[in-house]
Design a protein around this ligand. Structure first.
Ligand SMILES: Cc1cc2nc3c(=O)[nH]c(=O)nc-3n(C[C@H](O)[C@H](O)[C@H](O)COP(=O)(O)O)c2cc1C
Length: 192
C-alpha cells in the first residue's frame, strides 16, 4: 500500500470544469491517498486584521492548535500537491490567493533564518499546477508564476510543474478534442 499523502486543492467551481478533468486525469496517475480541499466549499475570506493579530499571537506563543491553522498543516504535511485553477483574468480565481494567505504561517509552512532568509518547512517534493485557458499565448506568469515563486521561495517545494490546455474558448476550436488529447498525454506521462 502506498501511504503517500496527496493534497488536491481544487479551485474549479464550474460544473463540467475542463481544468478539473485534467486534474482528475493527473490524480489518477499519482499513487497515494488523496485529500481534497474544494475551495468553493470552504467559505474562505481574506485575512482580516483581527485574524492576523490572533494568528501572530498564536505564532509568538508557539501555539498551533487553532483550527485556523488546518490548511497550513495540511499543506505542510502533504507529500505531493495538485493545485487546479482555471485561468481567470490572467491569473487564477481569487480564492487561490486567499488560500495562500491562509497557509502562509510562520512556523508551519516556512520560517526565517536569523539573517531573515525564508526557509521552507513543507514536506512536498513536487507541486502540480493544472490550468486551462480560454485564449492561447497569454502569459502564465501571474498565476502559475506566482505559485511557483511562493512555493519555491517560501515553502521550499523544489519541483513545480505546469499542466495546461489553452485555446478552449476560441472560435472554431474543438475544446473537447483539446482536453481529450491532454488527458491522453497525462495518461502517458512517465510515472515516478
Ligand atoms: C471570470 C473568468 C475570467 C476569465 N479570464 C480569462 C482570461 O483572462 N484569459 C483567457 O484566455 N480566458 C479567460 N477565461 C476563460 C477560461 O480561462 C476558460 O474558459 C477555462 O477553460 C475555464 O476553465 P474551466 O472549464 O475549468 O472552468 C475566463 C473565464 C472566466 C469565467
Amino acid at each position: 500500500m502506498n501511504n503517500k499523502k496527496i493534497l488536491f486543492i481544487n479551485a474549479c467551481d464550474r460544473p463540467d470544469s475542463r481544468t478539473k478533468r485534467l486534474a482528475d486525469a493527473l490524480l489518477s496517475r499519482l499513487k497515494g491517498e488523496v485529500t481534497e480541499i474544494r475551495l468553493a466549499d470552504e467559505g474562505l475570506t481574506p485575512l482580516s486584521y483581527e485574524e492576523l493579530m490572533r494568528r501572530e499571537a498564536c505564532i509568538a506563543a508557539g501555539e498551533y492548535d487553532d483550527p485556523a491553522f488546518r490548511y497550513a498543516k495540511a499543506f505542510a504535511g502533504a507529500d505531493e500537491i495538485v493545485l487546479a485553477a482555471p485561468y481567470w483574468d490572467m491569473s487564477f480565481p481569487s480564492e487561490v490567493k486567499v488560500f495562500v494567505e491562509r497557509i502562509s504561517v510562520r512556523g508551519l509552512t516556512f520560517t526565517f533564518t536569523p539573517q531573515g532568509e525564508p526557509v521552507g518547512l513543507c514536506r512536498a517534493k513536487r507541486l502540480w499546477y493544472v490550468a486551462t485557458m480560454g485564449a492561447e499565448g497569454l502569459p502564465f506568469d501571474y498565476g502559475f508564476g506566482y505559485i511557483k515563486g511562493v512555493c519555491g521561495v517560501y515553502y521550499g517545494i523544489p519541483e513545480i510543474r505546469l499542466i495546461s490546455a489553452c485555446g478552449l474558448d476560441l472560435d472554431g476550436r474543438d475544446a473537447e478534442a483539446i482536453i481529450a488529447e491532454k488527458e491522453r498525454e497525462i495518461s502517458e506521462m512517465p510515472s515516478d
